[in-house]
Ligand binder design. Structure first.
Ligand code: S3P
Length: 442
């Protein structure tokens, strides 16, 4: 991806979509697979890894830290260094557009006694890092960054890290995972309290590699205890399709008349599946079949077909399980009958863009009435195809670009997105796949 050359694209309405597809591997699981395998002893084989820009940044960083990583037609292989065995990188680590890569890597570096410098693209350099560096400083790591703790960041890992004892002030799987990665190389037990449960791929994968992780319910949330300095043993990983990517072709099928699309092998970890609960409440024609476990995670085949949708009121408690799906849910709500309210979207302001403002602006550009009230987003559904005919400002945000294109497919007049190049961070091949379903995007 060349971030300096923007790639505008236009999605034209009209054609029904149909097909039976798979989507690329889960982004969250792919980052973690490379990182945990890099800390395990022996060779881990990974199939289905997302080969998007974000994950390739993690692969490059893990190589720079001493893991041996190769790939061929069968998949990826990682020869790990063992817990605490990473070596000092001899150059700046550039995490591109990826908040997950940057934050998780801060955790990993915090408990290795070495010096590293991390940077990222203009979007990532704007994003808050204190949420990870403050608790990591408490275990003995030192950080020097720009105002607000932003990247570029210099990191001096702790020689003798303390275990983590932290209650998350924000519901963030990135922060939790950074602390688990740091706690791996600390003696004793690291204890992390999360007031609201967030995606648990790190916990699942740590257990898969042989670490002891205890999880206790605590009110609405959980207390996670990691037994420090385990020997992680290489263990193969099968990465399921990313539900956050599957959301786009499925949404297009819901919205475009005459459409039906099946996406196979979609990861349906309950802490990621909030969109599907919401769509059920909207009366969406979604069929989930062939439930099974693959690579330790629940997966299924999901089919969506066009049909009448009604508005929805999404509670704030559901935010962590569908945090990345609000832009596309807002597009779906734009075609529903009635006014939808999505509550408690504060965290959207610190994603790849200010996704709350940018999602509202996208719908406004399509002639849909929207409002932001506090941290809530209100979408006044048009009860059918929205007017369209506008330009979407994507602000270096892959999910806005894909949402804007789906909006164009479902509107009365085409929608243009100013830059589709960032789609490659999470969903390489998105445009070709949508065209294969019949979409008119060009
Ligand atoms: C992710 C967690 C979420 C999500 C991001 C991936 C992860 O971020 O938005 O795309 O892999 O842990 P937060 O934990 O900051 O909410």
């Amino acid at each position: 991806m060349n971030a300096t050359v923007s790639r505008p694209l236009t999605a034209h309405p009209g054609r029904a979509l149909s097909g039976d597809i798979t989507v690329p591997g889960d982004k969250s699981i792919s980052h973690r697979a490379l990182m945990f395998a890099g800390l395990a002893v022996g060779r881990t084989r990974i199939t289905g890894l997302l080969e998007g820009e974000d994950v390739l940044r993690t692969a490059a960083a893990m190589r720079a830290l001493g893991a041996e990583i190769s790939h061929d037609a069968q998949g990826w292989q990682v020869w790990g260094r063992g817990v605490g065995g990473l070596t000092e990188p001899d150059d700046v680590l550039d995490m591109g557009n990826s908040g997950t890569a940057a934050r998780l890597l801060c955790g990993l570096l915090a408990s290795h006694p070495m010096f590293a410098v991390m940077t990222g693209d203009a979007s990532l350099r704007r994003r808050p890092m204190r949420r990870v560096t403050d608790p990591l400083a408490a275990i003995g790591a030192r950080f020097a960054g720009r105002a607000g703790g932003r990247l570029p960041l210099a990191i001096e890992g702790a020689a003798d890290p303390l275990p983590v004892a932290y209650r998350l002030p924000v519901a963030s799987a990135q922060v939790k995972s950074a602390l688990l990665l740091a706690g791996l190389n600390a003696a004793g037990h690291s204890v992390i309290e999360e007031p609201e449960p967030t995606r648990d791929h790190s916990e699942n994968m740590l257990r898969h590699f042989g670490a002891r992780v205890d999880i206790e319910p605590d009110g609405a949330g959980r207390v996670i205890t990691l037994h420090g300095q385990p020997e992680l043993r290489a263990a193969d990983i099968e990465v399921p399709g990313d539900p956050s990517s599957a959301a786009f072709p499925l949404a297009a099928a819901l919205l475009v008349a005459g459409s039906a699309v099946r996406v196979r092998n979609v990861g349906l970890n309950p802490l990621r599946a909030g969109l599907f609960a919401t769509l059920a409440e909207m009366g969406a024609r979604i069929d989930i079949a062939n439930h099974r476990i693959a690579g330790g995670e629940p997966v299924a085949d999901v089919t969506a077909s066009h049909g009448g949708l009604r508005s929805v009121d999404v509670p704030a408690a559901r935010v962590p399980s569908m945090i990345d799906e609000y832009p596309i849910l807002a597009v779906i709500a734009a075609t529903a009958t009635g006014t939808s309210r999505m509550r408690g979207l504060k965290e959207l302001r610190v994603k790849e863009s200010d996704r709350l403002a940018a999602t509202a602006a996208m719908l406004d550009a399509a002639g849909v009435r929207v409002a932001i009230e506090g941290d809530d987003l209100l979408v006044h559904g048009t009860g059918g195809a929205p007017p369209g005919g506008g330009l979407v400002a994507t602000h270096m945000d892959h999910r806005l670009a894909m949402s804007g294109l789906v909006l164009g497919l479902s509107a009365r007049a085409a929608m243009r997105v100013d830059d589709a190049s960032f789609i490659d961070t999470s969903f390489p091949g998105f445009v070709a796949l949508m065209r294969g379903l019949g979409a008119d995007i060009g």
